[in-house]
Design a protein around this ligand. Sequence first.
Ligand SMILES: *Cc1c(COP(=O)(O)O)cnc(C)c1O
Length: 504
Amino acid sequence: MEFHQAAWKEPLIIERSRAGKVAHVPALPTQHETAVAGEDPLGIVPRPLLRESPPPLPELSEPEVIRHFTRLSQENYSPDLGIYPLGSCTMKYNPKICDVVVQNHKLEKVHPEQDESTVQGVLGILYKLERILCEVTGMSRMSLQPAAGAHGEFLGALIIRAYHRARGEANQRSEMLVPDSAHGTNPASAAMAGFRVVVVPSNTDGMVDLAALKGAVGSKTAGLMITNPNTLGIFEEHILEIAETVHKAGGLLYYDGANFNPILGKVRPGDMGFDIVHVNLHKTFATPHGGGGPGAGPVGVTKGLERYLPVPLIGYDGKRYFLDYKVSDSVGKIRAFHGNVGILVRAYAYILSLGIEGLESVAETAVVNTNYVMTRLLKAGLFELPFFKMRKHEFVLSARKLRESTGVRALDLAKRMLDKGVHPPTVYFPLVVDEAMMVETPETESLYDLDTFVDAMISSGREAETNAETVKGAPYSASVGRIDDVKASHPKTIKLRWDNPARR
Ligand SMILES: *Cc1c(COP(=O)(O)O)cnc(C)c1O
């Protein structure tokens, strides 16, 4: 066996706690820390909110803490360890220089309530980042507040509603069009903002069915939310006609820019006719994606929609940066202060470190990598490619034939790939493809890593043909064996909370 993941019988950190142990020598307590312990030197915390005693945090020595988390990390997998070709997710390696920049103590210590004159540096970074993002998306102005792609979509939907309200058509324009290949967050965000979602089917080329779109638009249309290249990795060739169709009907176009990698520096959503755009800084711009960490999904708009953006925006009068509250019809705040500033600074550092040529090569390399992997996988003859077209950053194969001939499903193949030390593709998404295996190989992967992945996927498929039962029982060399998905998603059978024995 070439690979075996670490498997520790690691107790919970709280179970290893021993009263009195400390991991570092604390500095003198600050005012804030003494307040937590029960005193309130400023006398401003309401009585019932004051803690009687310190919270029951685990008490361990420094090596115990470090070993605990290092062991857990060894039982996991990450883009720092190997290729992570999870389609639709852009799980790419993030340069460490971005961590270094954001850990600068001058940045770490600033507070959003500080006077503008004392935070000119960070406001300058945010202002310049906004300008760059506007330039690459073809938008006029941006809010950096949204904390995720879905959050940006929600803001976009609110802006679309505010636009129609200003024209006296808010009640009439109740429908948001979403293609059937869309990411699930699109219909969810539209519904949360109060719209009725109307699904537009794909045609046999895996693109929006223009005739169906023309049939669906009308006086109730508020807008269309779409990503391009779409979730099948296909560039919507008729995007200008799509935009014209929606605009003619009086709707707005929202660009889901979570798939921005493959067009960065090449094509701008603004030039495709979009009115509102979000980009996922935690996919394209150097913040790790996944794991529940903070993200950022800035939203840009065309000139006519600037007046609906959340406040404050960052302004610059030629001498100093300032918080700009002059937004006449703002939909309000969408998040505290300026959003996740650390993520924004990372994106800025990433963009500067690459420069214009570097940014363009992101798109080129991502697209070449994906088409290389797709071509090699198709040559193996195990999988089918619905909608035969050149792909951008990702593609979706179907393992349907393999399932029919061997009984092995996409999920089994994915689990078997874990035994080979690589992360499998996304499975069963998008829903328009049967036994879908969705692969995205970003620009950060070397030929070696691409080949390692392809070899693992092909050998798992071959094994399905000769030894199906083995594949169905995988994984064998991962930290955790096959998980009972049904049980794992049932709130009654899964225990997510640690019960303090002292309180039982
Ligand atoms: C990831 C993704 C989203 C959602 O982004 P989050 O930051 O996870 O909310 C939306 N659309 C597409 C196409 C995506 O890939």
